[in-house]
Design a protein around this ligand. Structure first.
Ligand SMILES: [Cu+2]
Length: 261
């Protein structure tokens, strides 16, 4: 009896993680045809269910890697508001200079966000990928972040119906047994209106879609649909505390899947 009561109390103490937070680095296109400044929106949101928007501060770092060369983009960021299905929140808009052919790996290291309902900080170190002229240059290389997901499939042209695999690194070493939350961008940020588009699907029952990394830190997910998919490795980072509270230092990656037509 005591055991049952304890089990019930433990179950109730588990924070409400049914909805997954995701830091977005959103660009309308991932394959960039014309050279120029590509607008990117940084939004802390629940895009699968078009849910709550969390206020995003100016990040600690925001940069792009191209041919292994790092360009700081913090100075391009401007505050904007973003309206999701439930509320309006603070977001940021920046610009990525895309000129030469190759990959452009966008990286955001945000400030830790205090989530009052769970009494902890969340810091989602996020990567997204652009490409120009189909020349692969940078996507397969680790950036060297405290934690990151390294794609094992080219992340900007995954075929819907195929699979995507990634490897979670913590301080450069494979991180085993890490929970990966998987999110579909069912609604997308409208770059002109500052609001979300109408969601095209709703999340399945049963809460977050989850995979767990194996002994070598890898995971695989069958991608059922074209669009933007996000993967968040929860608490995969080496830092576990911020200002006296628990910190979930997560690694997030965004990929783009396409239908064969
Ligand atoms: Cu959430």
């Amino acid at each position: 009896m005591k055991t049952i009561l304890l089990a019930a109390a433990t179950a109730l103490a588990i924070p409400a993680t049914a909805s997954a937070h995701f830091l977005l680095e959103y660009t309308e296109d991932t394959m960039i045809e014309a050279p120029g400044e590509v607008p990117v929106k940084l939004i802390f949101w629940h895009p699968f269910e078009n849910g709550h928007v969390m206020d995003l501060e100016m990040p600690q770092e925001f940069f792009v890697l191209h041919n292994g060369e790092r360009t700081d983009l913090l100075g391009t960021l401007e505050p904007v508001t973003f309206t999701g299905g439930e509320n309006e929140g603070a977001a940021l808009v920046g610009a990525v200079p895309v000129r030469r052919s190759g990959d452009y790996v966008l990286v955001t290291v945000p400030q830790p966000y205090f989530e009052a309902s769970e009494d902890l900080y969340i810091q989602q170190i996020t990567k997204a990928f652009l490409n120009r002229n189909q020349l692969p240059t940078d996507w397969a290389e680790p950036v060297g972040l405290p934690t990151e997901i390294v794609p094992l499939n080219k992340p900007y042209n995954v075929i819907a119906g195929s699979t995507f695999s990634g490897q979670v690194l913590r301080d450069g070493a494979p991180a085993a047994g890490v929970e990966i939350e998987i999110e579909y961008m069912a609604a997308e940020p409208d770059m002109t209106s500052g609001a979300a588009t109408q969601p095209v699907v709703t999340p399945p029952p049963g809460g977050s879609v989850v995979a767990v990394t194996g002994p070598d830190g890898t995971f695989t997910f069958g991608v059922p649909r074209a669009g933007h998919w996000g993967f968040a490795a929860l608490g995969s980072g080496p830092v576990t505390e911020h200002e006296g509270k628990e910190l979930s230092q997560d690694a997030v990656i965004w990929i783009r899947a396409w239908d064969l037509e």
